[in-house]
Design a protein around this ligand. Structure first.
Ligand SMILES: [Zn+2]
Length: 404
C-alpha cells in the first residue's frame, strides 16, 4: 500500500475500534453478533476489532449472566479486567466522595469524608489530593482521566463560586496538583447529574433533555444526545439565577428576583415564618414531612414552593424546547408531597401549542450518585477518543500477540 493508503486504513481501523469501545461502554452486556448488527459491521470485522481491543487489554469476552434459557451460554463483550479506569470526586455541601469507574459505567466507591465546619478549600482539597495520589499508586497507568464534580459555578475549569461552601475563585486542578496528565474534567454537580441521566438514566435515548436538580437553589443543564450545553466558558445552566422570583428578594449571587431562593429550604422557611436555616436541605425535608403529615401551614408552604418550581420549569421548557425534563434532589421530594401543584403550574405556564403533549417531568434515576456517574462519563469521553486510544496504546503493551 502507498503511504497515504496506509494512513487511511489506520484511520478507519481506529474509528472502528472507537465505535466498538463506545458501544461496549454504553451497552456493557452486548454480544459480538449484536454489536456487529448495531454498528453495521460484518461479523468478520467485528471479530477482528474485538481481537485487537482484547490484545490492547480493553475488552474481553465472557459468559453472560445466565438467563435460565436452555442452550449454550451467550458470550458477551465486556470490559477487560486490566482495562482503563477513571477516578471521580464529588464534593458536595457536607462531604466529599471518591470512586473509580470502569468501562461500562461500573462505579466503586472508595472514600467518603465529611467536611470540617466551615469547610475550607485548603483542608478539603488537600484530603482529596492525597486520596487521588493513592488511586494513582494503586492503578498506575490504568488511571486515564479524573472527573471532579463541585456544587458551584465553573468557568474555564475554575470554581468561580460555591455559595453553600463559602468558596470563591478556586483553581481546582492546581489546588489538587493535577496539572500533569491524566486529563481532568471539572464540572458543576447539576451538570454532571444531568449527563448521567441523559446517558444512562431516566432520559437515556431522549434527544434533548432538560435536567434540573434542587438542593440549595436549583441548577441544571440542557443536553443534546447526552452532550451538555454549558456555554462559552462552562458556566451555563445557572437556571436558578433567572428572574422567576420576587424582585424584592436579594439572592446571594448578587442579583435580585432569582428563582433559586423560591424553590428550596430557604423559601420554605420564609413561607413558614422561620429564620433563614443554617442547613436549608434538611430544613426543607422537615417542612415537607410536616406537610405530608397534614400540618396546614407546612402544606401551604409546600404548595407555594411547588408552584414556584412548576412555573419556572414551564418558562425553561418554552425557551429550550426539550423532549423530556428530569427532576432530582429536593425536586423529587416536592413532587412527592405536592405533585399536582407542580404539574398545574407547569401546564398553565406552557405556551398553548405545547399543552397537548408537554415534555414529561421524569424522576431522576440516580439519586445518590448521579454527579459521580456523570463525572465518570465525562472523564471517559477523554479516554474514548482518538488521543485517548493512542495514549492507551503507548502506555500498555499487548498482553498477548494479537493482529498487528
Ligand atoms: Zn441569584
Amino acid at each position: 500500500m502507498e503511504v497515504g493508503e496506509v494512513g487511511r486504513a489506520r484511520a478507519i481501523q481506529v474509528q472502528g475500534m472507537l465505535a466498538v469501545l463506545r458501544h461496549v461502554h454504553a451497552h456493557p452486556e452486548t454480544t459480538r453478533a449484536q454489536l456487529a448488527r448495531d454498528l453495521g459491521l460484518s461479523r468478520s470485522s467485528a471479530t477482528e476489532i474485538v481481537a485487537r481491543l482484547h490484545a490492547l487489554r480493553l475488552v474481553e469476552e465472557g459468559d453472560a449472566e445466565p438467563t435460565g434459557a436452555r442452550g449454550r451460554p451467550t458470550r458477551v463483550v465486556h470490559r477487560h479486567e486490566l482495562g482503563p479506569v477513571v477516578a471521580v470526586v464529588d464534593i458536595s455541601h457536607e462531604s466529599w466522595r471518591l470512586a473509580v469507574a470502569h468501562l461500562g459505567g461500573g462505579l466503586r466507591l472508595l472514600r467518603r469524608e465529611p467536611h470540617g465546619r466551615p469547610p475550607s478549600p485548603d483542608q478539603v482539597l488537600a484530603q482529596v489530593a492525597t486520596a487521588l495520589g493513592e488511586v494513582r499508586e494503586q492503578y498506575g497507568g490504568r488511571l486515564r482521566a479524573i472527573g471532579i464534580s463541585v456544587p458551584g459555578t465553573i468557568s474555564d475549569g475554575r470554581l468561580v463560586a460555591a455559595a453553600t461552601l463559602g468558596w470563591r475563585d478556586v483553581d481546582m486542578a492546581r489546588r489538587l496538583a493535577l496539572t500533569a496528565p491524566p486529563p481532568v474534567v471539572v464540572g458543576n454537580d447539576a451538570t454532571m447529574a444531568g449527563v448521567a441521566e441523559a446517558r444512562r438514566g431516566a432520559a437515556a435515548g431522549a434527544g434533548v433533555t432538560l435536567s434540573l436538580t434542587v438542593e440549595v437553589g436549583i441548577g441544571g443543564v440542557l443536553l443534546e444526545h447526552g452532550r451538555a450545553t454549558t456555554g462559552a466558558t462552562g458556566a451555563g445552566g445557572e437556571f436558578g439565577h433567572m428572574p422567576f422570583g420576587d424582585p424584592a428578594l436579594e439572592c446571594p449571587c448578587g442579583a435580585r428576583g432569582c428563582w433559586d431562593v423560591e424553590v428550596d429550604g430557604r423559601a420554605l422557611a420564609r413561607l413558614m415564618g422561620d429564620p433563614p436555616p443554617a442547613a436549608p436541605r434538611s430544613a426543607a425535608e422537615a417542612v415537607l414531612r410536616r406537610a405530608r403529615d397534614g400540618d396546614a401551614a407546612a402544606r401551604s408552604a409546600a404548595d407555594q414552593v411547588a408552584r414556584n418550581l412548576g412555573r419556572g420549569v414551564a418558562g425553561l421548557v418554552n425557551a429550550l424546547d426539550p423532549h423530556v425534563v428530569t427532576l432530582s434532589g429536593l425536586a423529587v421530594a416536592i413532587m412527592d408531597v405536592a405533585g399536582p401543584s407542580v404539574r398545574a403550574a407547569y401546564e398553565s405556564g406552557l405556551m398553548a401549542f405545547r399543552r397537548p403533549a408537554p415534555p414529561p417531568l421524569l424522576r431522576a434515576r440516580f439519586h445518590e450518585d448521579g454527579s459521580l456517574r456523570g463525572a465518570a462519563e465525562l472523564a471517559f469521553d477523554a479516554v474514548l477518543c482518538e488521543a485517548g486510544l493512542q495514549e492507551w496504546r503507548r502506555a500498555t503493551r499487548p498482553a498477548t500477540a494479537g493482529p498487528a
